[in-house]
Write a protein that binds this ligand. Sequence first.
Ligand code: SPV
Ligand code: MN
Length: 632
Amino acid sequence: MNPKYDDLLKSKMSDESYSKLTALKNQKVYDFVGLFAEHCEPASIYVCDDSEKDNQYIREQALAKGEEHPMALSKQTIHWDGYGDQARDKANTKYLVYKENLEKMKSLNSVAYEDGHKEIMDIAKGNMKGKDAVVKFFAEGPTGSPFTIPCVQFTDSWYVAHSESILYRTAYDHFLNMKEDEKDDFFRFIHSAGALDERGCSINLDKRRIYMDTQNNIVYSMNAQYAGNSVGLKKHSMRLAINKSGQEGWLCEHMFVMACLNEEKNRKSYFCGAYPSACGKTSTAMIPGEQIVGDDIAYFRNINGEFRAVNVEFGMFGIIKDVNAKDDPVIFENLMKNQEVIFSNVLQGPDKNAYWLGQGVEAPAEGLNHFGEWKKGIKDGKGNEVPVAHPNSRYTMRLDYLENIDEKGFNAKDGVVVEGVLYGGRDSDTTVPVEESPDWKDGILLKAATLESETTSATLGAEGVRNASPMANLDFVSYPLGEYTMNNIKFVEGIKDVPKVFSTNYFMLGPKGEFMTSKLAKKVWLHWAEGRVHGEYDTYDTPTGKIPLYKDVKDLFKKYLNEDFPEADYEYLFTFRCTKWINKLERAKTFYAKMDANTPKEIYEYWDSAIAKISAAKEKYGDEIKPGAYKG
Ligand code: SPV
Ligand code: MN
């Protein structure tokens, strides 16, 4: 090992930390820590192993340094991000791209490598001055598995380290046991929350930058604190993994993994699902009576011809808004117990309990929240009333607290065999509640690539705008969209039992603008899909796939929800709307052309032939085709 940084590291580390670092005998880890110790100038650096002692130390430091605060229940803590740091900062999240790749990365918010690297290094210079930093080793996926990606995080935020120790599996021992030829292949994250105010919030938000270097698997995050901007293992790692998977022939998807249980038939079938935000992702993964494996990020690999998936995380960073005893009892009860939870950007009442939007209990009229000292009715600098908690406020919690976890799938080193994949968009008038795709490729091009999320009165900006969200993964796709889409299609080459693909839409409105089913109807659509993957149920064809017969959904509504589902509602919801679908495909074409000038012709040709097929159907059957009427 080249001991270039020895004197510096010894001056900033205890003997114990220094020994933990050097015991790894990994030059690349050593150089990474040494370089940023020199450059960011932290006062000290603590190196963690996998011990519970170190996890506890991180939590204690987060509290001692005022990044987190105690709650009434001793194992819970609360953290606030600055008022202007409440969500992912898309504008300042960029790829550092070598000159030769700049052209093809144009639409993906990129910056020329030299310029961006200089900018971020200038910002990072001395950014940890006076602060204590921590180095910790984690894994994406279970350790010792074909899915494992080892990661090292260097941060001056003990909240970030604490969050990661809840959300990911530790991997110091994994690094210790790496073979020589593996020692180069891991992800590196350098993060600094920078200077903090008295509430523990980053203050230099004008210098917030998140720069990703997929060519060298390193991410720089400076003056950021909201977890989506700072927790390296989450969305930063995801962008690196998407790029890596594209080169290596596997997939990294923005998906939950769950088990659908059919007790009558004694079956357990695994489904993955991609849903843009606010389209029902977590509530699908948490459907009562089913089991959850993960709620956010999945890796897919072909292992001996099987389509296998893991949840890469160990915990969940979930939206807390609308988590209440009625709609989300399992999560709600867990948030009420004295166990390790970090609340972020909710209200801490005078009783030191957490309060949030849609909690179903009355919040106190004052307390501390993401705004600081809060009183009901208080306005921010722009004259907007500050709600009791931010709509994007969150809880960070281990997944294995949940009673409905599928322990076996959660810990399976080879992952679980996936039988169905769901793509769930949001529109009020186009996509039927559930539709099966004829095959995988149709699924990727008609269901996944065309996913859209329609804005509602609950989101900022105009209502009814349809935002393209291919695979619900667009924010994280780190190489050109056309190529990524083709890799999704190709992934199943050599897979013996290819999963069935389904679209869902929980948001179709009835003729009077009302929802026609209860919120739990998603359980019916899931169980219909479960039956289909086992070869059950007859179907009707549509120009884009296969839909259920009335008698089957009627029975499923009765069986699972004890509801009577009227035939008229079925007919309305499952009507195929030709013009709406043609418009949807035209929007997808325009969007792909804008995002990736090199989108393969094959993709447009596919969509053109789908449009031709729908146009012919429209000629023959009319614009609105009732279920069962279409015969090809
Ligand atoms: C998402 O926005 O998709 C999340 C939260 O899962 S974040 O960590 O901000 O990405
Ligand atoms: Mn997510």
